[in-house]
Every structure is written in structure tokens, then in C-alpha cells.
Design a binder for this molecule. Structure first.
Ligand code: ZN
Length: 196
């Protein structure tokens, strides 16, 4: 079985994205457990309570695309269902190191939102579901949020050299949160700790 970095980026290749094996046979995933997301959820008490179980919040499969402007990095991302307090499980989220680079996400399973914001504070939550493609424009940080009860799986593709800037979001957070409202439906609220 091919491992990360063994795909033929010069001659092309076919990758079987059959979800039955979750890509486990074709790439190595990067896993993010709750303990790696300290300070990213708004409810510290709920976070501390869940920490002993340290659930897997999300993972993503990258194929090791060459970091060139002419190559395209792609893979899948799986955000698991769950909540910390009222806040749905989500990815850390990131800007691209090269801010002027966009990304496309395509929903494969589950439901949720792609929460995006730019440095000037413009924010949108785009719904994701199977068959929906979300275009994340250049200059926008992006985070997947699973508001459903099954894994939210997406296919993503972006310019090979775009890079990931996680630090800005780790420091400031997103301006908006997606939480379960009193009726159990997702609600978008202001992040009281944004910029703190
Ligand atoms: Zn990205």
C-alpha cells in the first residue's frame, strides 16, 4: 500500500476515495485529540471535564503534495460528532501562510458548516453536506464544524505551496462560535473570548 509521499506527482495517479476504508489504506492521517485543542473551545469547565477521555475531535489525510504553486494539495478531513459544552466539535482552523490562496471543500458525509473569516472581520458560515461544494476564498481562515450526529467528511484541494498558519487562530480564536441552541439547532454566536 502506498504511504504518505509516495504518490506520483510527476506522472499522475489515481486514488481510491471509497469511503468504506476511510482512506486508511492510502494515506496517513494527522489526528487532533481534545488535549491538543486547549483554549479553543469557549467553555473551559466543560473542556476540563471531558479531558480525561480525550476524544478524537478530527483527523485529516494529506498526500504529501509537493509544496509548489503549480501542484495541488488534496485529501480528506473528518470531523467527529460531539460537543464541548454547547459548542460543536470543530477543526482548529487556519489561515493559509500564503494568505492569497483559496481552497475548495466538497461534502462527502455528515453535515455542518465551514466557518470562515478574513483579517478585516468579515465572517460567514457556509453549510456543508454531501454533494455541496464550499469555496473558501483567498484571505479567509476556515474551520469545519460538525453539527450532526455522524462524522463530517470532506474532500479538500488547495494550491500546493499555500501552507498552514494555525498560530493566528490559536492565539485569537474565530470571531464566531457555532453552538447548539435551546432547541438543539445550530446557532452562530459571537465568541466572547475573541482576541483575548
Ligand atoms: Zn486550508
Amino acid at each position: 500500500m502506498p504511504e504518505k509521499g509516495t504518490f506520483n506527482w510527476a506522472k499522475g495517479f489515481v486514488l481510491d476515495f471509497a469511503l468504506s476504508d476511510g482512506m486508511s489504506k492510502t494515506a496517513v492521517s494527522t489526528k487532533r485529540y481534545l488535549a491538543q485543542m486547549k483554549g479553543m473551545f469557549a467553555d473551559d469547565a466543560a473542556y476540563a471535564k471531558m479531558l480525561p477521555d480525550n476524544p478524537l475531535v478530527y483527523e485529516f489525510f494529506e498526500l504529501g503534495a509537493p509544496e509548489n504553486s503549480g501542484d495541488i494539495a488534496f485529501g480528506t478531513s473528518i470531523t467527529y460528532p460531539g460537543k464541548v459544552g454547547d459548542e460543536y466539535f470543530m477543526t482548529k482552523g487556519h489561515f493559509h501562510t500564503i494568505l492569497e490562496t483559496a481552497e475548495v471543500y466538497y461534502g462527502l458525509s455528515g453535515e455542518g458548516f465551514m466557518l470562515i473569516e478574513n483579517p478585516e472581520g468579515d465572517t460567514t458560515a457556509h453549510p456543508i453536506a454531501p454533494g455541496k461544494a464550499v469555496y473558501v476564498p483567498k484571505r479567509y481562515a476556515h474551520r469545519s464544524v460538525n453539527t450532526g450526529s455522524v462524522p463530517l467528511t470532506t474532500f479538500f484541494a488547495f494550491r500546493g505551496d499555500a501552507g498552514h498558519n494555525y498560530a493566528t487562530i490559536e492565539t485569537k480564536g474565530f470571531r464566531k462560535l457555532i453552538v447548539a441552541g435551546v432547541d438543539g439547532k445550530p446557532e452562530i454566536t459571537d465568541n466572547p473570548r475573541w482576541g483575548a
